[in-house]
Design a protein around this ligand. Structure first.
Ligand code: FMN
Length: 272
């Protein structure tokens, strides 16, 4: 199968696809049509930059079964808006008693397909739960692990203050998933190019997408050690032996609105 096809009637012979390919898979000579590089075509990352940069929609990577989607630049946001949006995102731990609908959730998860990943490997898969009962079931599995650690008086129990969290759970308060109506867990292979970074980035993307989509989200930090240490939690989430959890978010309609930015110190930067 050829790496790509070119619609000769559309191609502007500008060489943009070749210039933008990060793996040098495309050869272009002035006035000619782009062609796959004899050897390097095999290094194609499937990143689709060639399709994304072509203003004439003339190139089609053969391994994709659909064409590129148009990008509506009239919807671009100003830096002022983006800055306010990014600074205004807060971890949301209080949720309205409203379900998150599947369509919204699917749309948010689809956004994560566009985040960066090492070699464009996109190794993250999501384990998702909709409904307070389902999320509470996962929190319950985490608490069972916490209880065992607390009873064993393990170093981890001390370091993560697990006995206190279990006591609070027994008193009816969920500090693991905060009674959220939805949960998304970023799962990836234990080995690979950059699976941990990819999972963390995908989770960060989802948190931002959720915020833009009117949902609040917060990292579900206790789920991460639970999935590294407990077979019960791993089985609950359906993880394979070769998989790890790199991120987890509780999500739902926020019960409160934040009206100010908390003070944050300027980042530490050492200029070289
Ligand atoms: C890896 C990670 C784990 C976290 N785990 C939890 C958690 O288990 N429970 C919680 O309430 N917040 C958790 N948070 C949220 C942080 O507490 C929060 O990001 C921080 O306090 C800053 O607040 P902001 O996100 O509203 O700016 C976690 C954040 C990260 C990045």
């Amino acid at each position: 199968m050829p790496l790509f096809t070119i619609d000769e009637t559309r191609c502007k012979r500008d060489g943009l696809c070749a210039a933008d390919c990060p793996a040098g898979c495309i050869v272009f000579e002035k006035g000619g049509l782009p062609e796959p590089h004899e050897k390097k075509w095999a290094y194609c990352l499937d990143c689709g930059h060639c399709m994304a940069v072509c203003p004439a929609d003339a190139i089609q990577l053969a391994r994709f079964d659909r064409r590129s989607d148009p990008l509506d630049r009239t919807l671009d946001i100003s830096f002022d808006r983006a800055e306010q949006f990014l600074k205004g995102r807060r971890s949301v731990r209080f949720f309205r008693d409203e379900p998150v609908d599947r369509e919204t959730f699917d749309r948010l998860l689809a956004v994560t397909g566009y985040c960066p990943s090492g070699h464009n490997a996109r190794p993250t898969r999501w384990v998702a739960a909709l409904g307070r009962d389902k999320v509470a079931g996962i929190a319950g599995a985490v608490v069972a692990w916490m209880r065992a650690e607390a009873e064993a008086e393990s170093d981890l129990a001390r370091a993560l203050h697990l006995p206190g969290i279990v006591r609070v759970w027994d008193a009816g308060m969920d500090l693991i998933c905060h009674n959220a109506p939805a949960l998304a867990v970023a799962v990836g292979p234990k080995s690979g190019i950059t699976p941990r970074e990819d999972g963390v980035i995908a989770t960060a993307y989802l948190e931002l997408a959720a915020s833009a989509g009117g949902l609040g989200a917060c990292w579900c930090g206790y789920l991460l050690p639970a999935t590294s240490h407990d077979a019960g939690v791993r089985a609950y989430l359906g993880l394979d032996d070769g998989e790890a959890v790199y991120g987890a978010l509780m999500l739902g309609r926020p019960a409160r609105r934040y009206t100010a930015l908390p003070p944050r110190p300027a980042p530490k930067v050492d200029w070289l």
